[in-house]
Structure formats: C-alpha cells, structure tokens
Design a protein around this ligand. Structure first.
Ligand SMILES: CC(C)C(=O)C(=O)O
Length: 458
C-alpha cells in the first residue's frame, strides 16, 4: 500500500500542523503519523487526523536497558496496549520493534507475534543503526515471514551505505513494502533513498510501484531547495552527473547509442533527468564538436583541434568548462560573430536590508541602446536577476534560469564568490556560464548576462 509517513505529531506544533494538512489534503496515499507506544503520542496522531499510526518501541537490549529502562515483558505489554488503542480508534496500525536487527531473534518473534495477536495490520523491521548485511537482512525477513502472517515493511538506515541494498533484500525475502526518503535524508547517514530503491525495483527487478518516476528528479530538487541539503553531483539517479559523460571514449559511445555507457534499462527521460556531455580534460573530438554545433558554431578540423587543446588546458587547471567558456574559446579562434554582445553591462546597484524590500537597478547597453531597469526580489541576488530579465524585455519570456549555484572559492569574509548559472531557451537549449567576484550579486549578474548573451547569439 502507498503510504506517506508525514511526521511525528507529538514532536512540535509545526509537525502537528503539517501532518494534519497532509492527512486532510485528499491524497490517494494513506497518510500515517509516527508515535511512541505512549498514549499522548497516539492521541496526537488521532488529533492530526491520520488514517494510520506507526508506533514503535525499542526491543534490543542495548536500547531497552539504556534508554527506556523497561523489562522485556513491560515492552511487550506497552506494544500490545498501543496496538489495541489504535485499533480501538478504528485506525490502521503499523508496529516497529526499534533496533530489530540487534534484537535477540526469539524475543523479536515474540514481540511481533504479540502485536499481531493484538490486531496490528503490518509490522515494520527497522535496521535502526544500519548494521545488518544484505544477506543477513534476507535471512531475517525470511524467518519472520515464516512466523508472522501480516505484511512486513522495512526501514533501513545507511550507516554503511547498505540501506538500499538491504531494502531490496528484504523485498526479495518477502517484505511487501519498504520505507524510503527523498534524497535518502534521515538520521545520521540517512535512510534508503526513494529514487535508488524505486528505480532498482522498476528497472532491475521489473517490479511495479505506483511512483510516477518521471517526477523523481523534480521532487529531489524541490526537497534539496526546501531542506538546503545539497544533492551530491554523483548521487545515483538524481545527481547532476547521473547521466553526464565526459571521457572521449564514453561520449563517443553515448553519442552513437546512449545504451553503450548508460544502464539502458534506466534512461534520463524515465526519471525526468537530462543527458549531458561534460567538457573536461578527457573531452574527445565528438563531444566538443557536438557542443559547438548545437550553438551553430562550425569549426574547421584545425580550428576544432585548437579549441580542444585550449579546453584541455583550462580543464587541467581544475576548472569546470561551462558552455560560455567553450564559446569564448571558439570565438577566440574563429573570431567573434557580428554584433556581440547583446547586453553590455555597465552598472549594477542593489539596496537591501531587514526593513526594506531588496531592490536592484541595472544599467546596460542592449544592442547598443542604453537601458536602465529596476526590480525587486526576495533578496539582492533575486532582485538583480529580475532586473536583468526586465532589461532584455521580450526575450526574457523565452529565457529562464535553469541552474544557479554560488560557491565560495576562497575562505574568509572577503571570499571570492564563483557563480555558475545555466539559462534555458524555449527550445530547451541550456547554456551555462560562470563569473567570479568578491561581490555575490555582481558575480550572479555577470554570469547571467554572459549566459544570456551566449544563448541569444548562438
Ligand atoms: C521509528 C523507527 C522505525 C525508526 O525510525 C528507526 O528505527 O530508525
């Protein structure tokens, strides 16, 4: 069954409110609240209007003795009382024996059998500190599956990077569901990642889930923005590099047939990602030529060799080659096209503070004519970027910011900020550009202007 565990209503007023909002939003998924086996926690879930309660108590000796300080018998009684309370309120119930994978097996079976007898609908088997090996998880779930008649769920932590593997093993052994989190977020090293688990199930196991996989990347990026926890570039499925190719051998193969150096059973389209050819020190002729051609730049063979030499020189300095870098190199060798640049930035000023709305004024020559525009935003960077968009008038409707990153290149209060911006036109063409400045706002505007100039001119 598809379930959203929306939060822990007893934890805070905010959690109570968000669980209640999700529970009453009319979603097709079952919405569940988390609760210890305490009446006040269960009542908070009831108040939040969820249809299901996931209640838990520690069963391993280490947690039982050192945290809740209860005997094994007391734990069984608390667990069964909680399950009965939930069922008496007409709700669905999931029960977790917390730290199940470090709990004595006979006692674990006793606890699960007791909650099953009390009317529990589903048991969860948490690997709370992420210590079980995949083969151990397979054995554990197989054993429990023989003893217990209600469905089994798992909750795997990633302390050894095994959360997804353990979830898949649990499912192979008979578990009917697995708990996952977007971007693998969770305590310590996190939990099993939704994207990795779902795509493994879908593409490797051929199993059906109800996840609309084409929204996986969009969802991951939304959670990244809301939590401010950056997705590592090399993260499977959703990372920026998940479908990026750099080495000459790989890019040549991928440009012929993407299955040569991609799984094939999982394409970028399936998860809402895009395939990218990255230019770096391993760049090959095919990749560089393809990138130039996509911008209507047609070098001769000798010019292409000269461009590649310069790309590798820059890459050897540890620089990421943006599209704007590549076009600048190409224009250096081929000569600049007529009429560049479209926007020639002259002045940027911003006003910001805690009691005023951030406002930016930008002055530039746009196709040779001086224009001054101003705009407001949620912060100085936002205001300045909007002012630049206003500056390019009708073109702005065709150009959107696709990617925006600020990185402090050097440490300290006078750190040099490097901004990389990607802009996209209505045909989906993306151009990235970089700028570095001690002033974050100026670096942002310079990178944006460079990217827009390249996009409009190529
Ligand atoms: C509540 C339980 C399932 C938990 O979060 C854990 O054991 O990690």
């Amino acid at each position: 069954m598809d379930t959203i565990e929306a939060g822990f209503p007893i934890a805070s007023a905010g959690d109570m409110e968000s669980v209640h909002n999700i529970a009453t939003a009319g979603l097709t998924s079952e919405v569940c609240g988390l609760a210890r086996v305490l009446t006040k926690d269960l009542d908070a879930c009831i108040k939040a209007d969820v249809g299901m309660i996931h209640t838990f108590v520690s069963t391993s000796d280490i947690q039982r003795i050192h945290t809740i300080k209860k005997s094994r018998e007391e734990v069984v009684e608390m667990a069964t009382n909680a399950v009965q309370y939930i069922k008496d309120h007409g709700m669905r119930c999931m029960f977790s024996a917390m730290d199940a994978t470090r709990t004595d097996m006979d006692y674990l079976v006793e606890v699960y059998k007791a909650v099953e007898d009390a009317g529990c609908d589903i048991i969860n088997v948490p690997d709370t500190v992420g210590v079980i090996a995949p083969s151990g998880m397979y054995r554990l779930i197989s054993e429990l599956d023989k003893e217990i008649n209600i469905p089994i769920d798992t909750h795997c932590h990633n302390d050894f990077g095994l959360a997804v593997a353990n979830s898949l093993m649990a499912i192979e052994a008979g578990a009917s569901q697995a708990q996952v989190t977007v971007n693998g977020l969770g305590e310590r090293a996190g939990n099993a990642d939704l994207a990795e688990t779902v795509m493994s199930l879908c593409s490797i196991y051929g199993a059906k889930t109800n996840i609309n996989t084409e929204y996986i990347v969009e969802t991951a990026r939304m959670v990244e923005r809301c939590t401010a926890v950056t997705i590592p570039p090399h993260m499977p499925v959703v990372g920026e590099n998940a479908f990026a190719h750099e080495s000459g051998i790989h890019t040549h193969g991928v440009l012929e047939n993407s299955d040569t150096f991609e799984p094939g059973i999982m394409t970028p389209e399936m998860v809402g990602h895009t395939r990218r050819i990255v230019l770096g020190k391993h760049a090959g002729k095919h990749a560089v030529l393809r990138s130039l051609q996509s911008a209507n730049i047609q070098p001769s063979d000798e010019q292409l060799d000269a461009i590649i030499d310069k790309v590798k020189l820059l890459a050897d300095k540890g620089k990421r080659i943006t599209d704007a870098d590549l076009y600048a190199i190409a224009f250096d060798i081929l000569g600049k096209p007529e009429g560049m640049p479209t926007i020639d930035l002259k002045e940027v000023s911003v006003m910001t503070g805690n009691v005023i709305t951030s406002t930016a004024v930008v002055k530039a020559l746009v196709n040779g004519t001086e224009r001054i525009t101003s705009d407001v935003g949620v912060g100085p960077v936002d205001a300045a970027l909007k002012a630049v968009e206003t500056l390019i008038g009708k073109h702005a409707t065709n150009v959107s910011i696709h990617d925006f990153r600020i990185e402090a290149v050097t440490g300290g209060a006078d750190a040099l900020a490097e901004v990389i911006i990607g802009v996209q036109d209505e045909k989906g063409r993306i151009v990235t550009a970089r700028a570095a400045n001690v002033d974050i706002v100026l670096a942002s505007v310079e990178a944006l202007v460079t990217a827009i100039n390249m996009l409009l001119k190529t």
